[in-house]
Every structure is written in structure tokens, then in C-alpha cells.
Design a protein around this ligand. Sequence first.
Ligand SMILES: [Zn+2]
Length: 75
Amino acid sequence: MRRDQRYRFLINDNPVRLEVHDLDNEQTGPNECQINEIRNYRYIIDTSINGLVNWLTANPQYDGCAYCLSGYNTG
Ligand SMILES: [Zn+2]
């Protein structure tokens, strides 16, 4: 669920877990996205999948979340 309607993709900037979540597909089970536990975050401005793909290409140190962006998770 989006916390701010303007922003779809949330970046977790925790150095031990650099990843991106899709808040429109948030998974709330135990050990899934756990968005509310993320303390160090920011947002991708572009809300389209193309915008996400471009951002991940430009920031290869980040991975898609295994739960909400499994198609963009490289393990
Ligand atoms: Zn997620």
C-alpha cells in the first residue's frame, strides 16, 4: 500500500539489504516486505515499470524485492 500516493516504488537504503519494493504489490506476511520496519528509505519518482527498470539498470547494486518484485529479483 502506498504511504504517499505519488510514490509507487520504495528504495531500502540499508547497506546490508539494498532493494526496491513495489508498494502496489506489497506482501505483508511474516518475513515478506516488512515495509514498516524499513528506516532508511527513499522513493523512485517515476511510477512506471519502465521507470523502475531504468532505475535498476542505473543502480545495479540494488535488487528487486523477492516478494513484491519477484520478476526483478536476481537472488
Ligand atoms: Zn517487497
